[in-house]
Design a protein around this ligand. Sequence first.
Ligand code: FAD
Length: 513
Amino acid sequence: MRMEVMGLLRLQAPTPSDTTDFGRIVVQQPCPLGVCRPKSAADVCLLLRTVYSSSSFDSLTVAPRGAGHSAYGQAQAPGGIVVVTTSLPRSIAVGSTSSFTFVDVDGGALWVEVLEETLKHGLAPKSWTDYLYLTVGGTLSVGGISGQTFKHGPQICNVLEIDVVTGRGQFVTCSETENSNLFYGVLGGLGQFGVISRARIVLQTAPKMVKWVKISYYDFDDFIEDEELLISMEDVDYLEGFVRLHGISSSQSFTARFGGQAEDGLGRGPTYYYIEMALHYDNEAAVTKTLESILPRLKFVEQMASLDVPYFDFLNRVRAEELKGRSKGVWDVPHPWQTMFVPRSRIKQYKDLLLETISETPRDGPIILCPLRRHKWNEKMSTVLPRDDAADDIFYVVSLLRSIPCPDGSSDSPQLRKVLQQNKKMIQVATGYDVYDHLISTKIESQPGALEVASQGRYDNNIGAKQYMPYCEDEQEWMVHFGEKWEMFRDLKNEFDPLNVLAPGQRIFKRKR
Ligand code: FAD
């Protein structure tokens, strides 16, 4: 990099944490002075303009990195430069117009910081992720979903405006009415078109308290019927469903405990299900009455618990699990996570595929299974939804969030390879495309014949599902993933990052010279 630019940008040598991520499965080194800690969006413009305009950097790539909580190297830049967006000022400013109250927040700010600041005004964003120590830019690059999504849509659908530094080094402010193609492309755009330096997020009045209720089921049909009934109710503010394989201890795993209560008292069958729902309130008498009117309409077998917690504590519930997981040494271990969007008509088939596939391996970590509503999403944005079988407004999200401790802290083991093969089989059967070959084969050679087994899907080879935060290995697989969105996605890349400099860790486009 030209000396003066390198000096201005204070490029640094990478630290170990700059080269790995939460998944701890893919580790790729940036170049020797490959870490940029920008102090402003102008620094990001200077870096990207220099890389874009100078032929001496014709193979250099640049990865925007938020909190590094991807699972498969998505925020890494092998031989390139990592832009650590958490070094941006992280300013958070509440404002309003005649129609909206909003917060302007830097792309590198953590959602927990946004919550703390907006609560000072009695306000909060409407849509969240389960875990708040993720950056605004990082979750807006994938979608941002949790138990509020059925009601308010994903985080990307609660954005009024963004500032983006494109792959050409241009600073562009965009919204639904200004530079709208970049706005829709960047939201869910996997870091491909530009670095989000600021986002304007819609706010609502924050509740003081949350009634957090857990109910359990043995019967899958009853479970999903009640989930779908509950997301139709105006009074329900949050809903997530979980699948539990009985007998697998959750004590070792990273799993959101219910306000600290052990789950092992739940159910007695081989598999059971439970719903966590939450009702916001300021007045306890009223919310108790509402809950009393809801519960009799449901088919649960046991009401496990009902807790009253402050709104901040409820939203920050996974943090306690992180600290517990760290103390038990199951946090900084490989996490071959996988999340799928599944058409409602195939959810039983996919659940059976999942349980059958993972049943022979010990599982540490939650399995989330709950309904979302298509009309709460904006299909102009880049996040891809599952096939729509019958103009069905409901589809499901299924997250398999496993932790695979490896011996001596390494990031490989036969167990991990087995789990990656299981993931491969589920993706292939559910979506029809073939992934993970490279990932598995770059590990210690996989067991002979294992991949063939993984690819012998016994189900019809395409449930019509789509990966959320997809792991694909080449342009071919990405074309299948994006389907009819692929042309738009590729055209946006040609317009805003024509040399394919940005976010190489997603493995979508090869760097052009
Ligand atoms: P990184 O991992 O640093 O980056 C992710 C991607 O975004 C990369 O491609 C990167 O290049 C790009 N990127 C990062 N910052 C920017 C920016 N400013 N501009 C442009 N591109 C950028 N997701 C959910 O939807 N719901 C959940 O409930 C949820 N819970 C999670 C819990 C845990 C414990 C973990 C580890 C992850 C969870 N996730 C969840 C997934 C998480 O939302 C995504 O992995 C997210 O991308 C991580 O944010 P990050 O700031 O760590 O981004």
